[in-house]
Design a protein around this ligand. Structure first.
Ligand code: ADP
Length: 631
């Protein structure tokens, strides 16, 4: 096949722009990224060699790094799996992760400093080459495939052509930008500089990283070339915890897991019980942009006797802990174990259970001892734990271990645990009040909030669609039921509220006809129209049936293509509001008049709007309001 010029996928192009325009302050990390890719390619070929006898037995995996001052290049080559033409186009020209577009939009909107932080969560892998190079050549060969050469200056296009390469693997040649070949801050053509970087960033890589060194016995001799392996290759997790510095752990996770920033929490566990294993896990600082998309690949790396077996093993941790990353090394698991056997493995279950327990325990400690850090964790991964609660519907033990890890914003606190909330409840309050809305501001403006504020009662804010589902599964905490303030059965327990309620019930009795006719005017959209004793300055509000989905659940179900789950809506009127007097008057004059009916339907539409639901016919509503305004 001849040379072909191809365009980068639009998102790749934008990401490349960001990289080339040097959002990264740390220019050195390109080396770590390319070496990690080489190491992954070696893993892949080694695993393939377990089942494919054609792959040579004498295969000696290695990564070569060659800085060259004459050509102003640095070359990284491996004898790993290599790529064929299609793979080069798919792997190097496109970014497949979902959430990429949203992510890039977010970056575009943020300032440079914020963008730097954001892009760290994404990890640009191979493209990091363009931080330091103005031209990159990638020459690669997969067994039984012709070799391919890929070239690009990172501007928008790349060229791809057949080429000659004798052996399997990938060679990447970076033509360095002038500022990286000089003697100032960076000189990536200098062997000793590169040796230092390999030691710093890639010491734990499990394959030898080799470099050529010129050596002379005597100063006047011609130099001879000596090949040295730079990295120690000693797996970090086999060392004892007390000997490992935080920096070493951080570098390890960056190298091993392609993380771009130091993790938030680290777990290094050694166990010698019925199953022997070592696990080295972390919680990253930030959630991956596609964490909750189906293409997010969760799972831990699996090693047996320090030999890598497979990546992305999902069987250790439950799905709700999908954010945890790391590895498990166990001599009790055989080297040639398949994914299918792994799923059935008793050892994997034992290890997984222990790790889950360990993570939850450490999170509990974090919540108790380092609240700020826990809140930072929560902002990124709280959703996962709430999904865990939702999934614990039939697992009381799990529910019990998760409920005390939940924190929510409330009307009084930035974040509160359920225990803290309950401790603040006044004696007369029997239930835990929760309110659903798209954010704190939307909730604060709910009509029901006014009276709660007046009484000094605290409300837990549920702003994430999953919150309500999780709370539904919990049902209660410390024997106190959860009570949504927008459910029909919401009541206040203090004496004054009970008195108001009795008064309103009296008014309702004498207005049965009015309520019936309002209901008729609004139609089947509402199940009932009644009076409320909990409204202050608002004329109306909408509540939902005690056991029906709520309005926001209805929205969530609709988004998931389950439109049959509908909220049972109840329209509540404030009998002390001027609008109610107007309704009464119009009703008394002529209950069949358009004026009365229009007021009823308009009030219903307004109640929907307050709940953040768009009425069926917004234009009609606008007309009616305009009409009312001009009266
Ligand atoms: P990531 O490593 O996060 O998948 P990269 O952009 O670094 O993202 O690489 C994209 C893909 O290109 C890799 O997943 C791999 O399939 C392929 N690739 C990159 N470098 C190599 C290499 N040295 N050998 C074989 N394949 C490679």
């Amino acid at each position: 096949m001849s040379a072909e010029k191809l365009q980068f996928q639009a998102e790749t192009k934008r990401l490349l722009d960001l990289v080339v325009n040097s959002i990264y302050t740390n220019k050195e990390i390109f080396l770590r990224e390319l070496i990690s890719n080489a190491s992954d390619a070696l893993d892949k070929i080694r695993i393939e060699s377990l089942t494919n006898n054609n792959l040579a037995d004498d295969f000696e995996p290695e990564i070569f790094v060659i800085p060259d001052a004459n050509t102003k290049t640095i070359t990284i080559s491996d004898n790993g799996i290599g790529m064929n033409r299609d793979e080069v186009i798919n792997n190097i020209g496109t970014i497949a992760k979902s959430g990429t577009k949203d992510f890039l939009d977010k970056i575009r909107e943020s300032s440079n400093a914020a963008a730097q932080e954001l892009i760290g969560q994404f990890g640009v892998g191979f493209y990091s080459a363009f931080i330091v190079a103005d031209k990159v050549e990638l020459i690669t060969k997969k067994t039984d495939n012709p070799a391919v050469k890929w070239t690009s200056d990172g501007a928008g296009e790349y060229e791809i052509e057949d080429c000659d390469k004798d052996s399997r693997g990938t060679t990447i040649i970076l033509h360095l930008k002038p500022e990286f070949t000089g003697d100032d801050e960076y000189n990536f053509t200098d062997v000793y500089e590169i040796e230092r970087l390999v030691k710093k960033y890639s010491d734990f890589v499990r394959y030898p990283i080799k470099m050529n060194f010129e050596v002379k016995d005597k100063p006047e001799d011609e130099p001879t070339i000596e090949i040295r392996t730079i990295n120690s290759m000693k797996p970090l997790w086999t060392r004892s915890k007390s000997e490992i510095t935080r920096e070493e752990y951080d570098e390890f996770f960056k190298q091993q897991l392609h993380e771009w920033e130091s993790p938030l929490e680290i777990f290094h566990v050694k166990a010698e019980g019925t199953v022997e294993y070592t696990a080295l896990l972390c919680i990253p600082k930030h959630a991956a942009p596609n964490l909750y998309y189906s293409d997010y690949e969760a799972g831990l790396q699996l090693y047996s006797r320090h030999v890598f077996i497979m990546d992305k093993c999902k069987d250790f941790l439950p799905d709700y802990l999908r954010f945890a990353k790391g590895l498990v090394d166990s001599p009790d698991l055989p080297l040639n174990i398949s994914r299918e056997i792994l799923q059935q493995s008793r050892e994997v279950k034992v290890i997984g259970k222990a790790l889950e327990k360990n993570i939850l325990k450490q999170l509990g400690k974090l919540l108790k001892d380092e609240r700020d850090k826990y809140e930072a964790f929560w902002r990124e991964f709280g959703k996962s734990l709430k999904i865990g609660v939702y999934n614990s519907m039939f697992d009381t033990k799990l529910k019990d271990s998760l409920k005390d890890l939940l924190i929510f914003p409330t009307s009084k606190e930035k974040f509160s645990t359920l225990a803290e909330y309950v401790a603040r409840m006044p004696d007369f309050q029997k239930k835990i009040y929760v309110a659903v809305g798209k954010d704190a501001k939307a909730i604060e403006q709910l009509p029901q909030m006014e009276i709660l504020r007046e009484r000094g009662l605290e409300v837990i804010y549920l702003t994430d669609p999953v919150d309500e589902f999780a709370i539904d599964v919990l049902r209660n905490y410390a024997e106190k039921d959860f009570q949504s303030i927008t459910r029909e059965n919401f009541e206040l327990d203090d004496a004054e509220s009970q008195k108001n309620k009795a008064e309103v019930e009296e008014i309702a009795k004498s207005h049965e006809d009015l309520l019936k006719d309002v209901k008729n005017a609004v139609g089947d959209a509402v199940h009932e129209v009644r009076l409320s004793s909990k409204l202050k300055s608002s004329a109306v509000c909408l509540v939902t049936g005690e056991n029906s989905p709520s309005l926001s659940m209805e929205k969530t179900f609709a988004a998931m293509n389950n439109p049959m789950f509908k909220a049972v809506q109840i329209l509540e009127l404030n009998p002390n509001h001027a609008v109610f007097k107007k309704l009464e008057n119009l009703h008394a004059q002529d209950k069949n008049s358009d004026e009365f009916k229009n007021l009823c339907t308009t009030l219903y539409s307004l109640a929907l709007l307050i709940e953040g639901v768009m009425p069926n016919n917004p234009a009609e509503l606008a007309n009616k309001i305009t009409e009312l305004l001009t009266k």
